[in-house]
Write a new protein. Structure first.
Length: 205
């Protein structure tokens, strides 16, 4: 692939599209990161993520397969129980790959995230302001807020030059399921997958 002058070369691990599916268990939240086949169907397992509950510092570990014998990357919060904590993404050897954090003030109305990786500084927001407001109103209404409704919300991440680097779209299913596209080859798959999982795992923080 030819890299335009002044642009960051492609990341070490590039996956243009994948799916994220949540599986809720008693002690942990699990996420399957699946490849996207050319026809748009789900492919093989790329990584299995686990989020342990009730930890003072948020941490999610991604494993190579269901056996969970080999951790391949992870993300971890720098601060304890902080809604705007910075989260670092690490490879399997503990080397940093990127980071992300939630903009607390902006997220009161419309969830907003910062995403940083080599050559990339991007901001991601809920695509539709109306849905963002409706989700917040639904949660505070008495009785009504206790009724689960699968709001379909999407996130678009754009860098400082207006280039779209990451898109996460929630599907109309009972279980949390997301279609993720990474049009920018500068964004490493491990950072993209971490951000995609965080959009579900940390969305209410």
């Amino acid at each position: 692939m030819t890299v335009p002058p002044g642009h960051q070369p492609p990341a070490a691990m590039v996956v243009p599209a994948f799916f994220v599916k949540q599986r809720i268990t008693l002690m942990v939240n699990r996420y399957e990161v699946l490849a996207a086949n050319p026809d748009g169907s789900e492919g093989h397992l790329l990584a299995l993520a686990e989020q342990k509950r009730m930890k003072l510092k948020e941490e999610v570990v991604f494993y190579a397969d269901e056996s969970k014998t080999r951790p391949v990357f992870s993300f971890k919060a720098r601060q304890r129980l902080d809604v705007s904590a910075e989260h670092d993404v690490f490879d399997e050897h503990g080397n940093p790959l990127g980071m992300f954090s939630k903009q607390f003030g902006a997220s009161l109305l419309r969830s907003t995230w910062n995403l940083s990786a080599p050559g990339i500084e991007a901001v991601g927001q809920e695509r539709r302001l109306g849905i963002a407001i409706l989700r917040r109103m639904w949660g505070v209404l008495p009785y009504v807020g206790d009724v689960w409704v699968p709001f379909v919300f999407h996130f678009d991440f754009v860098d400082t030059q207006g280039v779209t680097v990451l898109v996460s779209e929630r599907q109309k299913t009972i279980k949390d399921r997301y279609t993720v596209s990474v049009p920018d080859p500068r964004l490493d798959f491990r950072v993209a997958a971490s951000m995609a999982v965080a959009l579900d795992a940390l969305q209410s923080r």
